[in-house]
Design a protein around this ligand. Sequence first.
Ligand code: ADP
Ligand code: ZN
Length: 753
Amino acid sequence: MKQGQGPRAISMLPAQEPAPRSGLLAHVAVAVGGRGPDQLFTYEVPAKWVGAVAPGQRVQVPFGNRELIGVVFAVGDEPPPAGMRVRPLADLVDREPCLDAHMLDLARWLAERTLCSLAQAASALLPPPGSEPRPQICYNPLPGVDPGRALARAPAQSRAWAVISAEPGLARDELLQRGVKPGALAALVERGWVAALPREGRRDPWVETPAHELPQAPPEPTPDQERALESLRPALQEPHYGGFLLWGVTGSGKTEVYLRAIAEVVRAGRQAIVLVPEIALTPQTVGNFRRRFGTQVAVLHSALGVGERHAEWLRARQGEVAVVIGARSAVFAPLPRLGLIVVDEEHEPSYKQEEAPRYHARDVALWRAQRLGIPVILGSATPDLETFDAAQRGELERLDLPARVAARPLPEVRTVDLRDEAESALFAPELHQALERHLGSGHQVLLFLNRRGFAPVLLCRACGFVSRCQQCEVAMCYHDSDHSLHCHYCGARGAVPRTCPRCRGHMLRLRGLGTERVAQEVSRLFPQARVLRMDLDTTGSKGAHRRIYEDFRAGRADVLVGTQMVAKGWDVAGVTLVGVVDADTALHHPDYRGSERTFQLLCQVAGRAGRGEEPGEVLIQTRTPEHPAIIAAATHDYAGFARQELAARAAASFPPFGRLLRILSWAPEAHAAESALRAVADALREIVPPGVDLWGPAQAPLARLRGAYRWHLALRGADGTELRRLARTALDAAGTPKTGARLAADPDPQSML
Ligand code: ADP
Ligand code: ZN
């Protein structure tokens, strides 16, 4: 049995009233800081609970003079080390374990892998709060469905349909009383005509699903799709581990491969998890799954209320759903007969959680698949270079969809050199003419700029003063909608000064562009065009994103101006022109992934053009047309880009040719942040072996964020396990900073800002 290395919870105080002793001990993870998988605290199981305490259960425990809730990881009866008095458990929270052995293993792995405490790792896997009694499931016909003739030869289903449409909202028992056959009910649910929903508290976001998203016959797979499915089939049918990279160009029909693979798993009585980058941004993908699997799909997203989330979690654990679809945390869905995990758009940075536990959902997906012996599909048109490299080394099997469906060509992409243009021009003549052409012929246009607001900088031309956030030391962005300055990091707002706060001059000018300004300019140049804008500012209210998307998709707007929100997997047939207003926004990031991110974003956004009957055209405005990422995006040359970028990474021993681990410190005083990190660096210098580099400590590129000063360092080495061990040892040696500074380790960081 593992014993804690950190502070032991074993109390040195005599227990007040000696309870009857059972000799049984529970080893419990408690949220009291610390990191790594071994930090368990030992308690005695009182005689009255012997047999009622098992690993995976939540319990209440005395801790110092408080009581905390923890998770039991092990139960055993070997005596505690001599001389240690063990306090008894205070109470049981669950009657039954809420984490099974697989989930407990996953928590241990997460704690080691992300250097968080076992309790933090477990909390990511526990049911969302809320414990109201399980709502009763009731059955409703989906609006707009008319199975009509399709049921002619299924009399039992036909009768069930008649009962349900005459009296929607009945519970299962009530339906059975009215003569509905259980099999027929299940068939209607499976076919997506009838929704099975908890009677109360659960809003079904799909009740308003537009008619074009309702059940329809799936298309015949293309030969490429069929070949991919052929390779997947053995692992789908006779479950065993298989890691697959589904590398398909934009519009190649990756979703159809997922749908068919999942259908096989579901048919065999197993379940699937589908991860999408951000659930709110992928109404179409979710719609596709609803169409195919009806209400056997549980959608986990942040817009659900607490009780609703709890209900969905329970539905998943009780095996009442076949497919769970959600953003990164859905990778922890507790499905009892998991048979497949799909990670769509696997290159998306949002799969990494940037707070403890700092996991990457793709890594968790791979770990679970390996542990459970099931397949995992990572899909993308622009795979993460590390994923692509893994496929080249044979760690993943590559499934290629090299062409768009229905012989649609990839759009023609041209770059427009902005260096020849006046700095104030938003659109070079080429893009302007293309806008005229496409709008004139009644087509739709997507304009992409990865920066919201009106202008990112307010600058004094006399003295060089730039308006900065007082909390974050970054330039504040001017927003025309409320005529104020916004900090995009902390949300602070400020009034626009009339004169320069430094020199009192009248030379304040706006510099640069954001989506607000682009949308205004389009309206000015093309007064007839109906213009929509999609960015964080226009999608704040509930359902706003979906409304804008539906309006655009239905042709109720001609131009959509947006940030990376519009680049995510959209399939809008009317779009023939995509204009990238400024391709360079991420290129000069102080981050080794800047070039990869730029390439991915450009390919993805370009991939939105020409998905209908009409071919597409893409114009990319840039001041660095010779940049390899931009050239590769313009020629749809992922393989070429990967070759070049991987060679550069190899030369610098950057991932995937070396691993990184970043340690960040932050504190309200600059000195505290610095000294806390220096203490860790000193501890590291003592132990870092040859072959591992220590960079820093240094100020983080975002030197101040939300009022906190930030310092960081990085370790680079060949072996991730070794880096994590070094970091853990150094952090433990340096101890908790007395100054109140906070420290966090981030293995395999996605961002170095
Ligand atoms: P990707 O995710 O690879 O960019 P999608 O999954 O969005 O591509 O598919 C692009 C379009 O092709 C969608 O409209 C989809 O319905 C359609 N599609 C997919 N597979 C087929 C097929 N086998 N036959 C006809 N159309 C298909
Ligand atoms: Zn700020």
